[in-house]
Ligand binder design. Structure first.
Ligand SMILES: NC(=O)c1ccc[n+]([C@@H]2O[C@H](COP(=O)([O-])OP(=O)(O)OC[C@H]3O[C@@H](n4cnc5c(N)ncnc54)[C@H](O)[C@@H]3O)[C@@H](O)[C@H]2O)c1
Ligand SMILES: O=C(O)C[C@H](O)C(=O)O
Length: 315
């Protein structure tokens, strides 16, 4: 019997899209289709061919194709959307909302035309509102439209904790709740190193400094790069989410999920702990929050709602 290979399509063949395609291929998770606009057909074909020519060295049997033709994405198991513009120094993610919302609509229509039962993971910023825009444009159930922010934000938080304590990143656990903006909420009470609560290992001053650096983590990279935003850690985060779905791993990961009553909110996409598996977001985990945490989460949700309200009427 023929073995059916899995297919992952990545829309947007720029920094994050190409890096994600490479990481998905390197992990041999699926055949990869990298899609960009017709104007970028040559570059995206070149990137894909270059990745394909690395597969013998890496010992992975996957195909990697670059195209502007959505027909090649037919029957994708997972589609990752990275298409759109990135911010430059001095801009906020929310400044991208109008341009990227229009791109989400046209891209999503093409995606679901060829893969009506796929899972979509949205990276494009402002990520919470763009995930909502894709959900509205796709007609897919809410569990199949997922946004990426929490894996990346938590990874930054874990990096800074491990650096500060000079301990392995592997042992650092943490959780970041809320929107992918400067008012995201790293949850200290749920953060630990090898099971030891963070508050036993670091002073409040040091924890506050790490929380602040995490919140501004995207901006720190934007300032350093000068022309574009982060892509290695975002691509690693997307790849972890793709793997959780493709392998039905049932990982407990933070993701941008559609709330319908959870945490007391209705009709908003925002970052919360989820179970990610073969059915996309299989569950939203509701944590008990202190009054202070609930207030911080409320501030973050209000910011997301104001960006959602700025979306064009069709959403
Ligand atoms: N959520 C997150 O954590 C996170 C992290 C990193 C980047 N981002 C966001 O991801 C987006 C992409 O970032 P990047 O660094 O890859 O940008 P980039 O400019 O390198 O790549 C974007 C690509 O999208 C393509 N594109 C534009 N319109 C398209 C369309 N209609 N169809 C197909 N492709 C189209 C462009 O041609 C370009 O190749 C930005 O909005 C950025 O802010 C989000
Ligand atoms: O900060 C950005 O604009 C890109 C991304 O959201 C990030 O957090 O790196």
């Amino acid at each position: 019997m023929a073995i059916t290979r899995r297919k992952v399509s990545v829309i947007g063949g720029g920094f994050t899209g190409a890096t994600t395609a490479l990481m998905v291929a390197q992990k041999e998770l699926a055949d990869v289709v990298l899609v960009d606009i017709p104007d970028q057909e040559g570059p995206v074909q070149g990137k894909a061919l270059d990745m394909l020519e690395a597969t013998p060295v890496q010992g992975v049997d996957v195909s990697v194709v670059g195209t502007s033709d959505y027909a090649l994405t037919k029957d994708s198991d997972v589609v990752v959307i990275t298409a759109g513009i990135a911010r430059k120094p001095g801009m906020s993610r929310d400044d991208l909302v109008h341009t990227n919302a229009n791109i989400m609509k046209s891209v999503t229509e093409q995606v679901v035309k060829y893969s009506p039962n796929t899972h979509i993971i949205v990276l494009t910023n402002p990520a919470d509102a763009m995930t909502y825009a894709v959900y509205k444009s796709s007609g897919l159930p809410k569990n199949r439209v997922i946004g990426q922010s929490g894996v990346l934000d938590t990874s930054r938080f874990r990096t800074f904790i491990a650096q500060e304590l000079e301990l392995s990143v592997e042992d650092v656990q943490g959780f970041v709740l809320g929107g992918h903006g400067d008012d995201m909420v790293p949850l200290i009470r749920y953060s630990s190193v090898g099971g030891v609560p963070l508050t036993k290992l670091l002073s409040q001053d040091r924890i506050d400094a790490i929380v602040e650096r995490t919140r501004k983590g995207g901006g720190e990279i934007v300032s350093l790069l000068g022309n574009g935003s982060a892509y290695y850690a975002p691509a690693a985060s997307l790849t972890q989410m793709v793997e959780a779905i493709i392998k039905d791993k049932k990982r407990l990961l933070p993701a941008i999920a559609y709330l319908e009553g959870e945490y007391g909110y209705e009709g908003v996409y925002v970052g919360v702990p989820t179970v990610l598996g073969g059915n996309g977001i299989e569950k939203i985990i509701e944590l008990d929050l202190t009054d202070e945490e609930r207030d911080q989460f409320a501030t973050s949700v209000t910011s997301v709602q104001s960006v959602m309200n700025a979306l064009p009427d069709e959403f």
